[in-house]
Design a protein around this ligand. Structure first.
Ligand SMILES: C[S@@+](CC[C@H](N)C(=O)[O-])C[C@H]1O[C@@H](n2cnc3c(N)ncnc32)[C@H](O)[C@@H]1O
Length: 254
């Protein structure tokens, strides 16, 4: 149970086995409130309310701003996204490629609905995109993705399709080898682990989630580690991302 005293700017936390008080304006206070805000945002489907350059983008804006920092820093030749949906994520990455004058985006979705395909293909940034329809873990689809990547190109991968532990682990195994050394494969939406008990969440999400898959993968591959990209700019006191993507950044070390 949490009580917020806005007059004294304090948060009282009762964890059952003890109480603590946190300053509202401390990094810890901000992170605690943000976790509650994220949970409330899940219930209200907050992330289903944004577009990027006219395409619905089902993402928490802060995650995309942070990812933009990583893409700017990495400047990949190829960004692979599994899970296209309405195409907002692809448009976001394609726009960065255009601004950076480097890179293109390969998107994979098990079902690209005709109205989404039409809108994406008519988008001004479509020249930076390749759409592939099929399951992201089907060997022929992974092979097709591979066929669009040239020898020596720098590849970054964003996994945002089916978020079960097994599917994300299979994606990490399939796309990890395509990820360039020093680059990242990003296993999004690990927030599922913190949503157990919320509407539309399953009991097994405590374990059955992308965050767990990322840990499984680095446990079986010494060449990869979960590593937070450094923030480029921070004149504030917070040190943690407010995110749907905890422990998402899996870096290829060698
Ligand atoms: C959360 S949405 C993706 C949102 C998108 N990345 C964005 O930024 O707006 C998940 C998508 O994954 C797709 N999907 C589900 N299972 C898949 C699979 N096995 N392979 C590829 N895509 C899959 C769904 O069809 C859906 O469009």
């Amino acid at each position: 149970m949490i009580q917020i005293d806005t007059e004294k700017a304090l948060i009282h936390v009762d964890e059952g086995d003890g109480q603590k008080t946190i300053e509202l304006g401390s990094p810890e206070g901000f992170e605690l409130l943000s976790k509650i805000w994220l949970r409330s945002g899940w219930e209200t489907k907050h992330v289903y309310s944004f577009t990027w350059l006219d395409r619905p983008m089902i993402q928490l804006p802060e995650d995309m701003i942070r990812l933009q920092e990583v893409i700017h820093n990495q400047k990949p030749d190829v960004i692979i996204e599994t899970g296209i949906a309405h195409g907002g994520g692809m448009v976001f990455y394609a726009g960065l490629c255009k601004i950076l004058d480097k890179g293109r985006v390969i998107g994979v979705d098990i079902e690209i609905r005709p109205h989404n395909r039409k809108a994406i293909e008519e988008h001004p940034l479509f020249p930076y995109m390749t759409l592939i329809e099929g399951s992201s873990v089907a060997p022929e689809i992974v092979g097709e993705v591979k066929s669009h990547i040239k020898e020596g190109e720098k590849v970054m991968v964003i996994l945002d399709s089916n978020h079960t532990r097994q599917h994300v682990l299979d994606e990490l195994r399939a796309y990890g080898p395509l990820t360039s050394v020093g680059s990242y494969i990003v296993a999004t939406d690990g927030i599922m682990k913190d949503l157990v008990g919320a509407p539309r969440a399953s009991e097994d999400w405590a374990e059955n989630n992308p965050c767990q898959a990322a840990h499984d993968f680095v446990g079986e591959n010494e060449g990869f580690a979960i590593e937070e990209p450094e923030w480029v700019f921070n004149e504030g006191t917070c040190r943690e991302r407010i995110t749907y993507w905890p422990d998402a950044y899996v870096k290829r070390l060698r």
